[in-house]
Design a protein around this ligand. Structure first.
Ligand code: NAD
Ligand code: WQD
Length: 344
């Protein structure tokens, strides 16, 4: 049995599908602070199998310890966390408490239950301002905001833990920019309020919920002047979790980038979204966003060499799948009812 923290969220719901489809059993734990467990209902429909759900907070060590023991968990995939960069600048202590303290409590519960295999959701944000591109795993770390620092501190904590006790096997996954949705259009990203990130924003403009995209700067040193990012399909990202789980045979911490290695500009994203959706996506050029870098993309070769994993889905597929989800669910899961009784 695999415990998935943050299992009801955007990436968690897609990782649930990957695990269930691979024949593994899953217990998802989530406090539903940024999600709706209708996502897990839909995961069950996609997979034709059930998963278990526990409405709990990772900071509740006793509750997590009970889950680990009651469900005979053998490994944990830890996605639970707060992830909004702007909010982390305004409320840093909320981020340190939820992400860092939450992970400490989770690790303590795991130690008590003798479960010492963990996959952790880190972020390319730990690299900070790129000194060179593409970013390989040896690039120096220097996160530039509290959210990024929570990921950095957790990574360091996990490495220290592995040094202190050879029973621990830890995968640290540095995600680049996850976008897209499951091809069924049943699960996808469901941001609360106005989206912070580019692709959900573009999707809400295409569906008519928002008027136009504000392109944050067109004077960067890039071919079209707009920012370049490594967008990765969330289904490819999810399959990376399965690969790393299968490769955690050696003690220690294994740190891996999950990206495509290909950078796409903001304008390319808008144009591709228009092409696959058949909708127009009006935009205006605005000021640069504080804290943004011109370009950020991965060197994904280590993942391919060590895990045999690489992304296969194109930007067009990311946009097409994101659009299917957005157009079928214009109000996200809010149109769906909570049906926790159908979850075990
Ligand atoms: P999400 O908000 O959709 O999912 C996170 C889930 O964790 C939510 O369901 C939320 O309710 C839950 N959660 C938060 N705090 C919790 C707590 N204390 N106890 C229990 N549950 C809690 O976000 P996501 O995009 O699916 O991200 C998943 C993970 O991946 C996060 O750790 C995030 O930092 C990391 N990540 C995301 C991105 C991205 O762009 N989406 C990029 C890099 C890394
Ligand atoms: C992408 C590009 C913007 C919105 C963030 C986090 C990072 C990680 C992934 C969690 C940039 C431009 C955006 C808009 C725009 N999350 N943009 N108009 O900033 O690369 O990464 O999500 O770990 O930590 O920082 O992603 O989607 O916000 O921006 O022009 O309305 O789109 O300037 O160039 P980002 P993003």
């Amino acid at each position: 049995m695999i415990l998935l923290t943050g299992g009801a969220g955007y990436i968690g719901s897609h990782v649930s599908v990957a695990l269930l489809d691979a024949g593994l059993d899953v217990i998802a734990v989530d406090n539903l602070s940024n999600s709706n467990n209708a996502s897990l209902e839909r995961v069950q429909s996609i997979c034709g199998r059930s998963l278990a759900f526990c409405h709990a907070d990772i900071r509740n060590e006793e509750a997590i310890c009970n889950v680990l023991r009651d469900y005979e968990v053998t490994a944990v995939i830890h996605l639970a966390g707060l992830k909004a960069v702007g909010e982390s600048n305004a409320e840093p202590m909320t981020y340190y408490e939820n992400n860092v303290l939450g992970t400490m409590r989770l690790l303590s519960a795991m130690k008590r239950a003798s479960v010492k295999t963990l996959v952790f959701s880190s972020s390319a944000t730990v690299y900070g301002i790129p000194a060179y591109l593409p970013l390989d795993e040896k690039h120096p770390l220097g996160p530039t905001n509290p959210y990024g620092r929570t990921k950095f501190f957790i990574e360091e904590m996990l490495k220290d833990l592995c040094k202190s006790d050879p029973d621990w096997r830890v995968g640290i996954l540095r995600y680049f920019n996850p976008v897209g949705a499951h091809e069924s259009g049943l699960i996808g990203e469901d941001p609360v309020g106005i989206p912070n990130n580019l692709v959900p924003f573009v999707a809400q403009v295409a569906v008519g919920k928002l008027e136009k995209v504000r392109v944050c700067g067109n004077d960067y040193d890039t071919p079209d002047g707009t920012g370049i990012r490594d967008f990765i399909h969330v289904v490819d990202l999810a399959s990376g979790h399965l690969c790393v789980l299968n490769h955690l045979k050696q003690p220690g911490a294994l740190t891996v980038n999950l990206g495509t290695g290909i950078g796409h500009s903001v304008l390319e994203v808008i144009q591709t979204f228009e092409a696959v959706s058949g909708r127009s996506v009006p935009y205006e050029i605005g000021e640069r966003r504080t804290g943004d870098v011109a370009a950020c993309y991965a060197d994904p070769t280590f993942a391919e060499k060590t895990l045999g994993w690489k992304s296969v889905r194109s930007l067009a597929q990311m946009c097409a799948d994101h659009w299917r989800w957005q157009s079928k669910n214009p109000d996200g899961y809010r149109g769906a009812q909570y049906q926790t009784n159908k979850l075990k």
